[in-house]
Design a protein around this ligand. Structure first.
Ligand SMILES: Cc1cc2nc3c(=O)[nH]c(=O)nc-3n(C[C@H](O)[C@H](O)[C@H](O)COP(=O)(O)O)c2cc1C
Length: 148
């Protein structure tokens, strides 16, 4: 069974709800979901995973959370993320999703195969966003099998 790493940061729980739903999709599709906070995620864990999902809300001024998620992402190179299926997700409030567009571009520049445009949810994710997270988990588990 292939390991799918779901690494996230969430201050008030909105992005955490999304992460848990991605993990459920992975499990239901027969994958092994490794659900981790950004703080407990190392580049080595990212490298070992067959496919990836990263979650972080818009923070600062349209950037990733700077204490834990930004250092993790900054530590990744093509050795960890290159050619890997990767889903991005996160919650936001008053912006227009710029942080997610920037994050997608950044991960593509490492060579990751980023799934779509990332899943964004305004504040607490609604049923539609959560369903999209679940479907992402199922796709990642499927891609992980194909990558064998
Ligand atoms: C310090 C701080 C900075 C934020 N900056 C932005 C921002 O730049 N753009 C935006 O759309 N929302 C911003 N937000 C709103 C959060 O993205 C939003 O509350 C989100 O639901 C938090 O997700 P979480 O529950 O996973 O922590 C900010 C929130 C905080 C606390």
């Amino acid at each position: 069974m292939k390991k799918i790493l779901i690494a996230y940061w969430s201050g008030t729980g909105n992005t955490e709800l999304m992460a848990k739903r991605v993990a459920q999709g992975v499990t239901d599709a027969g994958g092994e979901a490794l659900l981790k906070n950004a703080a407990e995620t190392t580049p080595a864990l990212v490298k070992e995973a067959a496919a990836l999902a990263f979650g972080c809300p818009a923070m600062g001024a349209e950037v990733l959370e700077e204490g834990e998620m930004e250092p993790l992402i900054a530590a990744l190179g093509s050795a960890e993320a290159g050619a890997k299926a990767l889903g991005l997700f996160g919650s936001y409030d008053w912006g227009d999703g710029q942080w997610m567009r920037d994050w997608v571009d950044r991960m593509k520049s490492l060579g990751a195969q980023v799934d779509g445009e990332g899943i964004i949810a305004r504040l607490e994710p609604d049923d539609d966003s959560l369903t999209r997270c679940y479907e992402l988990g199922k796709r990642l588990a499927g891609k992980a099998e194909l990558a064998l």
